[in-house]
Design a protein. Structure first.
Lengths: 546, 333
């Protein structure tokens, strides 16, 4: 079933103008639309908590506050951050687009295996990733050690922009990958078939039909990657790249003036809003609907003689982003064993990590649904605002969010302070856009015709949602859940400050050990982090859910 | 959708499982010091006194900022910080209770808060860590000012964001005066030092030969030696001029004014200042004891005296001046 031609649908791409959904639509405000607006408003309000905190803090600052915030040097540093964010988003797209296409749409050997492995670098904390990179390909790293017999005294420096770009790309490209995969999985094969049957070549069909369908996922993923690079502190610190977060951290670290730190963080909020605005501009007013024959798996294209290069490409990405860091951790471990290190037990931390990350994934995807439905199906100023607000937490360094929640939690909700629900709430503030991005991408593929058909057959909006929409957006929901899960596994600042006392996770174990220079002790939880995360990812991908 | 159902069930049951019944209110400690370093001695305190201690571990700055945000509602009874800066911030906000003299008087005057709000627990010395393949201890200048010599260009590693380095620069400003401290910074910057994130990365980089010397605290090296063995090619040089380059500063702790468990909290500090705990710090974490009469392990040289120059290292206004100086010389962005 193709979209009806009467609506000026572009047959080549399946594009048609935005149509408001009948879902929860009615001429006057009803109880039903309240059911959608109320949770969305609640979610948005909670996301504003950090901004309110920052404004309170900045307002309590002294006269000198704005001098610190608007120092001329800060403009240059902000420029550094933006360059890094754009660079990382671009490089991630270059890696993720072919990976997504290869693992979803082609007969790449072992493609589910590659799909699991290529998503996993997301669980490596950025400071660990950067540290491992330096100890591997740094000027005097492992690689130089191997090359020394050949007379290589020192490798070229990786510090500064190239190093930060490389590390952050390798750690964050899975954001783009998972989003684009969700787009491809939700795509209607009929569109490509129509294009091919009308005589287009495969190459033409890819660029004219497939790629436009991937674009919302690409944009949503790239935004996440850019914001991740913008707020990252660990990798840029080790790579000695003066980014804006460093300026914020210097204020926090020296504990001199929290109000100046708050003022600087507000600048980051403003930049984020600008980036979201750009992303939304690139998302055209056209929607890319699928006709709804979602039960049909996407057609698999034979790679032919491109099979070997494709495998080599996947292998290279996995080697650099996952195998080398993991092997390096293994090296720490073996060296520690040899020195008689006590490696400790990690059952408790492993359980805590898994439990709290899985819980966060469910809660956050549930919270993302009303916000996403509103912004996709009721596009308007208010819904747009809700959507934008949800990105703010993601662009702020974790410690800023954590302290905001400390302020409100300790002083206004002591019964909630430093409990598991509080921790999950912190994850919600930090990670919601990872879920909304993925869910919205899927929702955009649901053609309003389907809802109209369901409604016209006498089903209630909720039934239509459950029976028609939910199955189509399932890849989006699961990819959102997977993104949240993987990042929650490695989350550190909020977990340290807001978890119940004594509640250790794998990420806090890694940090604690590295902090005290017990590298062997850090290797075990770090490797567990990778292995344990691969299990749920593997299940989802093997069940063809992701 | 079955998978969602399971996940949902899990999400609902988890918080219930986490809420186990509590008996007596234990002592709550916020620790800026690492679990691997201090957990054993905290356990020993519990064994000896029967007082349970719950610990939240984190970075010193983050823990201090948390206490500042919590204010009077802080669940913490005690704060144990890695450096005087973190203690000073909490003290300046008036969130520490005054400690009794019998605790304060156990340590030399330079190692406790002048207002009596916190007390030093263990000492660490600033040192120069050097690569043993490229240098010998004799190649190093006696005074940290010697590293401003252009001969050291490109050979130095430092961490200007690090709290301990900032304390050292604060000490330079107090001992040498503002102009000379600035001259030192400008001289070091003119030598194109390699910037690292923290002490750990400096020690690793010196051993790898990325740089030849680095300005660090003394105890990081011993952790590397324990893990990598004697072949690890970096060693400490304790500068002997007695200036800021060989400054001894403390990790310390204080009792929060909001604590309703002051008696136990003081008992905890009393234990940390006792011979058992002090010997633990000397032997296990390679730190300097802050009380007299505790033997040092063979790795640690005896310092001439444990009395730091008469400066207040936790003075926040001074730290602000230091950060300003670091920023105006271009050491910090």
């Amino acid at each position: 079933m193709l979209p009806p031609v009467t609506e000026k649908t572009d047959l080549r791409t399946g594009r048609s103008p935005v149509r408001k959904s009948v879902f929860f639509t009615s001429s006057k405000p009803s109880l039903r639309s309240l059911l959608l607006w109320l949770p969305a408003a609640l979610v948005a309000a909670s996301l504003l908590v950090p901004v309110v905190y920052l404004v309170i803090r900045a307002a309590s600052g002294s006269q000198g506050l704005w001098e610190t915030v608007f120092r001329p040097q800060n403009a240059a540093v902000l420029g550094n951050s933006l360059a890094l964010a754009i660079g990382v988003a671009f490089c991630s797209a270059l890696l993720a687009t072919p990976l997504a296409w290869l693992t979803v749409r082609t007969d790449l050997p072992l493609r589910r295996f590659w799909a699991v492995l290529t998503a996993l670098p997301l669980v490596i904390p950025s400071y660990i990733g950067a540290y491992l990179m330096v100890s591997t390909i740094g000027p005097r790293g492992l690689l130089q050690g191997w090359l020394e017999p050949l007379g290589v005294e020192r490798l070229p420096s990786i510090y500064g922009f190239p190093g930060a770009l490389t590390v952050l790309t390798l750690l964050s490209y899975p954001y783009t990958l998972l989003s684009v995969r969700a787009s491809l999985l939700g795509m209607d094969p009929a569109l490509e078939e129509a294009s091919r049957s009308l005589g287009r070549t495969a190459w033409d069909t890819f660029w004219k039909v497939t790629f436009p369908q991937m674009r919302p996922g690409l944009a949503a993923g790239s935004l996440l990657v850019a914001l991740y690079a913008l707020r990252d502190f660990g990798a840029v610190a080790i790579m000695r790249y003066d980014s804006f977060t460093r300026v914020i951290y210097i204020q926090y670290q020296s504990l001199i003036d929290r109000s100046a730190a708050a003022g600087l963080a507000l600048v980051l909020v403003a930049v984020t809003i600008g980036m979201i605005w750009i992303e939304q501009r690139t998302q055209q007013a056209h929607r890319l609907y699928s006709s709804g024959s979602f039960k049909r798996p996407p057609a698999i294209l034979p790679l032919g003689r491109w099979k070997l290069p494709a495998v080599l490409f996947c292998g290279f990405v996995v080697l650099v982003s996952l195998v080398i860091p993991a092997a390096n951790l293994g090296f720490w471990l073996v060296r520690g064993f040899a020195a008689g290190e006590q490696l400790g037990r990690h059952w408790g931390a492993t359980f805590n990590s898994l439990a709290v990350s899985a819980a966060a994934a469910v809660v956050i995807v549930a919270a993302a649904l009303p916000v996403s439905v509103l912004s996709v199906r009721r596009p308007g100023r208010l819904a747009g605002l809700l959507d934008r607000v949800s990105y703010i937490g993601f662009a702020l360094p974790g410690v800023v969010i954590a302290l905001a929640l400390v302020f409100f939690g300790a002083n206004y909700a002591p019964w909630l302070y430093q409990t598991i629900p509080m921790l999950i709430f912190a994850y919600l503030v930090l990670f919601l856009p990872q879920a909304t991005g993925a869910v919205q991408t899927s929702l955009k593929q649901v053609h309003p015709n389907l809802e109209e058909a369901g409604r016209s057959l006498g089903r209630s909006p909720l039934t239509v949602f459950r029976r028609v929409i939910l199955p189509i957006v399932r890849p989006g929901l699961l990819s959102g859940a997977a993104l949240v899960f993987l990042t929650a596994m490695k989350e550190l600042p909020a977990t340290l400050i807001l978890s119940p006392i004594g509640f250790g996770t794998l990420a806090t174990s890694v940090w604690g050990a590295v902090n005290a220079v017990f590298f062997a002790r850090a290797a075990v939880p770090a490797l567990l982090l990778i292995v344990v995360s691969s299990v749920p990812m593997g299940i989802l991908i093997l069940r063809r859910d992701l | 959708m079955k998978i969602f159902r399971y996940l949902f069930l899990f999400a609902v049951l988890l918080p219930l499982a986490a809420c186990s019944p509590q008996e007596e209110t234990p002592l709550v400690l916020y620790s800026g010091r690492s679990e691997s370093l201090v957990a054993p001695i905290i356990e020993q305190f519990t064994t000896e006194t029967g007082i349970e201690v719950e610990v939240r571990y984190g970075g010193t700055a983050e823990m201090a900022a948390t206490i500042l945000e919590e204010g009077a509602n802080s669940p913490a009874d005690l704060f144990w910080a890695q450096d005087p800066g973190g203690l000073g911030a909490v003290a300046a906000a008036g969130l520490f209770a005054e400690l009794p003299d019998d605790l304060l008087d156990r340590v030399p005057p330079g190692f406790r808060s002048p207002e009596g709000t916190w007390v030093g627990i263990s000492g660490r010395s600033r040192v120069v860590v050097y690569n043993t393949d490229m240098l010998s201890a004799d190649d190093l200048p006696d005074d940290i000012m010697g590293f401003t010599d252009p001969a050291w260009s490109g050979r130095i590693g430092w961490a200007p964001t690090n709290g301990s380095l900032q304390v050292m620069v604060t000490a330079m400003r107090q001992i040498w005066g503002e102009d000379e401290a600035r001259a030192w910074l400008e001289g070091i910057i003119a030598n194109n030092p390699v910037v690292y994130e923290n002490n750990t990365s400096i020690v690793a980089a010196v051993a790898a030969g990325e740089v030849e010397v680095g300005f660090v605290n003394h105890y990081y090296l011993y952790r590397f030696l324990a893990e990598e063995g004697e072949s690890f090619s970096a060693r400490n040089a304790f500068l002997d001029s007695g200036g800021p380059g060989s400054l001894v500063m403390v990790a310390g702790a204080g009792v929060l004014a909001s604590s309703d468990n002051e008696e136990y909290a003081q008992a905890f500090l009393d234990f940390l200042l006792g011979t058992t705990a002090q010997a633990y710090f000397a032997e296990e974490t390679f730190e300097y004891p802050v009380i007299a009469g505790v033997a040092l392990p063979s790795e640690l040289p005896v310092l001439e005296s444990l009395t730091s120059p008469a400066i207040n290292l936790a003075d926040l206004e001074d730290l602000a001046g230091t950060v300003e100086l670091l920023q105006s010389t271009g050491a910090l962005p």
